[in-house]
Write a protein that binds this ligand. Structure first.
Ligand code: BGC
Length: 552
């Protein structure tokens, strides 16, 4: 088991880190089965080191039926055999630590996979048994229990209830699943469930994991008292109460769970970190980021900011203030495994509506690829210059666009099948990475790719971009490297350009300026040494759709 004292010292490493998200099944495949694996990731540690990231967040790698890409966990304390072994996991942690990088594991506490031992036991046990009490089983309504217990939609549509067949072959009780039916929700009122998760957290901490990303962190505790069953059709934050009394999400009691995890995190040196994926009202985010709880929470504000200097300014200022009030640091996110890649989003003018756009653009996407990439890298550079930690998603460093060419029969995302009205799939950002242009599977592996890679992927392959000094990859490497050297107090000063509403300019205490041109005409840069520009300067000026860093 790894214990790396040279990494042990810094308890606050996560506050200003650059964290790279790996979707393990789509990163690198070492054994030619078409699915990425731990050995594949180990073989790419030098790539991660050269990129300069501080940590890797790995999406679920546990045994799973893959009903939801691994977010349906069948065993929380093991590795999916298609991905590797526990010994290889140790090897990966050692390799990352030896190269100065940390590892964040994804923990999925709202629901398990339906193959989980305890869910299988619950199916075999009787209604009202302790085995059923670990999940949320209820009798149906109607004469024979044939009507689902409540009108609660699943996040992936349509319903959050599935009826089981009892061991004697008769139609039986129903269980609740906020996501796919293969993802039964845990009953967090059950002490055995709580104890088992503490065991899981400790298990991975002992193995040397440096932190956790907590999936759907706001959903665990539900108000199901006195026979109450939530009914709702929308999971939008706007229909959620913002005072901790919503019956389904973000209840105050959830923080007791995280306080008990924090006690475990703090037994280690440095204390393990955690970041909450909590889609809640912004006034409620600080509780997740409390040092008595998980310590940090994702701020997803920038996903909806669009290409608008004033909006980005407002969102950034609010998020920074929130983190400051709370003693935490902010997290910046533009892409992850659940959203359309930001190089594509920025290639579409106006307010981006993922569902509508996806439907209308399925096989013939209307994207201004040049504009999308320019704006995407300008926004990434802007966020990298802000105080806080920045989360990058695999492939964005290559400037990858969303892969839209996946035929229906090859789709994997349960949302695509469960909600045909929306018709939105998350598979397009989960297509295996292109490493080598001139290779059948673009160097992902020797045995195919579990999602089809489009032909144009070759233009974004790592070997091509590696050789091109002006590639997106080399820009990311440069920006991340520079940022490390520029580390400074977690403060900034906004610099107003009274004559323009389309310039976003701020300065860090060490004289590091970041200036982004959201307008159409080139703008003058502040005095100083230009450290970085996401597009070549034009007569010494910053062109449209670009960010520059200047050391005053
Ligand atoms: C994850 C998704 C997943 C869902 C259910 C989300 O927040 O990021 O990929 O489908 O949780 O686990």
């Amino acid at each position: 088991m790894s214990e790396f004292t040279f990494l042990a010292g810094d308890a606050h490493w996560w506050r200003q880190a650059v964290i790279y998200q790996i979707y393990p099944r789509s990163f690198a495949d070492s054994n030619g089965d078409g699915i990425g694996d731990l050995k594949g990731i180990i073989s790419r540690v030098p790539y991660l080191k050269q990129l300069g990231v501080d940590a890797v967040w790995m999406s679920p790698f546990y045994p799973s039926a893959l009903a939801d890409g691994g977010y349906d966990v069948d065993d929380y304390r093991d590795i999916d055999p298609r991905i590797g072994t526990l010994a290889e996991f140790d090897e990966l942690i050692d390799a990352l630590h030896a190269n100065g990088m940390r590892l964040i594991a994804d923990i999925v506490p709202n629901h398990s996979g339906s193959g989980h031992k305890w869910f299988q036991e619950a199916l075999k046990a009787a209604p009202g048994s302790p085995e059923r009490d670990r999940y949320i089983f209820r009798d149906g309504k109607g004469e024979n229990g044939e009507i689902r217990p409540s009108e609660l939609a699943s996040h992936f549509g349509p319903t959050a209830w599935t009826r089981i067949t009892e061991p004697d072959g008769t139609p039986g009780q129903w269980y609740m699943h906020l996501f796919a039916s293969e993802q039964p929700d845990w009953n967090w009122d059950n002490e055995e469930v709580r104890a088992d998760f503490r065991k899981t957290v400790k298990f991975w901490c002992d193995r040397g994991v440096d932190g956790f990303r907590v999936d759907v962190a706001h959903a665990l505790v539900k108000d199901l008292s006195n026979g109450h069953l939530p009914e709702r059709q929308s999971y939008d934050v706007s229909v959620m109460k913002n005072d901790g009394t919503d019956d389904l999400f973000d209840r105050d009691e959830v923080h007791k769970i995280y306080a008990s995890w924090r006690e475990i995190f703090n037994e280690y040196n440095p204390p393990r970190m955690a970041v909450a994926e909590a889609w809640v009202h912004s006034n409620r985010l600080p509780a997740y980021a409390s040092e008595k709880g998980l310590g940090q929470s994702f701020s997803f504000d920038m996903l909806g900011a669009g290409w608008d200097a004033q909006r980005v300014h407002e969102l950034a200022a609010n998020a920074l203030q929130r983190a400051k009030d709370n003693g935490s640091s902010n997290t910046w996110v533009l892409s992850n495994h659940d959203i359309i890649r930001h190089a594509t989003r920025f290639g579409v003018d106006g307010q981006f509506d993922a569902g509508k756009w996806f439907k209308a653009n399925r096989f013939n996407p209307k994207v201004n690829v040049k504009q999308g990439l320019e704006r995407a890298t300008a926004m990434t550079a802007l966020l990298l210059a802000l105080p806080g930690s920045t989360y990058l998603y695999q492939g964005e460093e290559l400037g990858l666009q969303e892969a839209m060419e996946i035929p229906d029969e090859l789709m994997q995302d349960p949302q695509f099948f469960r909600n045909p009205d929306l018709g939105l799939s998350r598979d397009g950002c989960r297509v295996p990475l292109p490493w080598v242009a001139n290779h059948k599977w673009f160097g992902f592996g020797e045995g195919g790719s579990h999602l089809p890679q489009p032909e144009w992927y070759k233009n974004y392959a790592v070997d091509v971009e590696d050789a091109d000094p002006n590639s997106t990859l080399n820009l990311y490497r440069k920006a991340i490297g520079l940022r490390k050297g520029l580390e400074t107090a977690e403060e900034l000063t906004w610099i107003k350009h009274w004559f323009s509403k389309t310039i976003l300019h701020f300065k860090r205490p060490n004289g590091w300026h970041s200036i982004t041109n959201f307008g159409t005409k080139p703008v003058k840069l502040p005095k100083g040494r230009v450290l970085l520009s996401t597009l070549p300067l034009v007569g010494g000026k910053l062109p449209a759709n670009a960010t520059a860093w200047v050391q005053a």
